[in-house]
Write a protein that binds this ligand. Sequence first.
Ligand code: GRF
Length: 201
Amino acid sequence: MKIGILISGRGSNMTAIVEAVQSGLIPESEVAVVISDKTSAEGLIKAKERGIETLIVCKNGRTREEHDAEIIGELKMRGVELVCLAGYMRLLSKDFVRAFPNKIINIHPSLLPAFKGLNAQRQAIEYGVKLSGCTVHFVDEALDHGAIIAQKTVTVKDEDTPESLAVRILEHEHPLYVEAVRRIAAGEIEIVGRRVVSVKN
Ligand code: GRF
């Protein structure tokens, strides 16, 4: 399975996926390209160090659709079959979602559908929930809304700040994301309505 990963920053989830592919944890797969919309994304260096092709595709005053069209072209040109959003800080256009139906996944640092959008860890603390966590989900045309593939809970402590909670959630993001990609690559899951279920053999 050819994987394309979109980042905007640190790229720790991207690195986890690349390393899982390279170590054989995600078999018969290849990370074909890592694309960033930010020239300064630290993840670009991490991807290059691991021998992965990187591309920078900035928006540069274009419309979302024009920007996405360039990214779609780069992904299609490389035969990408699964697009992983990993800290990619832009909403995808409908065109993008329709170009890769049920082939785009994302990781979000809360238990969706709670705390969509930016600063999910801060939202969780301010709301006062005792449990938060992370969610891997398919991407559809609405924000943080597509069918849920996997979730992991993390306890919110009284003394937590958004930063300390983010650190603990992130530790769980990496294995959760890797396992979700592995299951997709292995053909172990399918989408039934809004539900992601194990394929029965
Ligand atoms: C993660 O917390 C992820 O859940 C969210 O953005 C952050 C990206 O971190 N979507 P990294 O770039 O993967 O280190």
